[in-house]
Design a protein around this ligand. Structure first.
Ligand SMILES: [Zn+2]
Length: 183
């Protein structure tokens, strides 16, 4: 990496001097990197941006994303983003989503496919929410046996072992035909 190499959250410039360009965000004070890459300060357009070989696409506040749950922690999930507003992205940007106030046993499991709404970029982390009707799990499996599940009101039931569980289901659960899953 060159000496201009930056990591997510790194300061690029003051917002008084530069505007946030590609793959950056402003935190109200500084323009910061939203991704790994090489910082480029364009003195003519007064924009600070990050150049990346793959041109990473970073979701913006208000975007609806679809991704794969990469990790489940006690009060949040981390999701690797696969689609931004319905368009595929290969950049594998992650966002986090708080599950702290949700009265659901298993909001989502690792490898579940979920749809989230981006609400903020904070300290280099992209934050999303899951607590709206159309947001939530689009695809999941049985936690016990990995079998196919069907919905029962707000719960899900395994068609193999009959285990009943909970998820924060999207109203689009089971309607995955708009995405071509590789598996
Ligand atoms: Zn099962």
């Amino acid at each position: 990496m060159s000496e201009n190499a930056v990591f997510p959250g790194d300061k690029l410039a003051s917002i008084e001097e530069y505007e946030a360009g590609f793959n950056t965000f402003d935190d109200g004070d500084m323009v910061r990197a939203a991704t790994v890459g090489e910082s480029v300060l364009d003195k003519e357009t007064r924009t600070a941006s990050i150049k990346h070989p793959k041109m990473l696409s970073i979701p913006r506040v208000g975007d609806i994303v679809i991704g794969t749950v990469a990790a489940v922690m006690s009060s949040m999930i981390a999701v690797s983003i696969d689609y931004i507003n319905g368009k595929p992205t290969t950049s594998k940007v992650e966002c986090v989503c708080s599950t702290r106030n949700m009265r659901i046993r298993n909001v989502a499991l690792v490898n579940d496919i979920v749809t989230l709404k981006i609400i903020s970029h904070l300290n280099g982390t992209i934050h999303a929410v899951i607590d709206e009707p159309h947001l939530g799990v689009l695809y999941t499996k049985c936690r016990k046996c990995g079998g196919k599940v069907i919905t029962m009101r707000d719960a899900i039931k395994c068609t193999e072992c009959s285990w009943i569980d909970e998820r924060k289901l999207s109203t689009n659960f089971g309607h995955m035909d708009f995405i071509n899953l590789s598996d």
